[in-house]
Design a protein around this ligand. Structure first.
Ligand code: ZN
Length: 109
């Protein structure tokens, strides 16, 4: 099945906006811990490590999303960066920022 580039671009841009919001929220909470989600609670508890882990995770996901958008642009979206095989369509749908097929991702774990 050919990749629906437009569809995945929409999904990736939506996810990107979400993660950017999350990074901002974590930042703001670290400075002004008045809210009540997990990042805020961690900040209130002074658990800087938890907050920065959450932030790193979101920043990493943002980077993956940016790379996926670049691959869409370049026309090699949906192709495993490691072995060059097509990435399973279900896997792409579940996580559009995936840069590797399931086999390669499992090998790296
Ligand atoms: Zn692969």
């Amino acid at each position: 099945m050919p990749i629906d580039a437009h569809h995945f671009r929409e999904i990736l841009l939506t996810a990107k906006a979400e993660f950017e919001k999350r990074v901002n929220t974590i930042h703001n909470h670290a400075r002004d811990p008045l809210n009540a989600d997990s990042a805020e609670q961690a900040a209130e508890l002074g658990n800087v490590e938890v907050v920065s882990a959450l932030e790193n995770e979101a920043v990493q996901e943002l980077a993956d999303i940016d790379h996926a958008l670049q691959r869409l642009q370049a026309g090699n979206f949906g192709i495993c960066m490691t072995c060059g095989e097509d990435i399973n369509h279900e896997r792409l749908t579940a996580r559009p920022a995936s840069a590797e097929c399931l086999d390669c991702a499992e090998l790296n774990d």
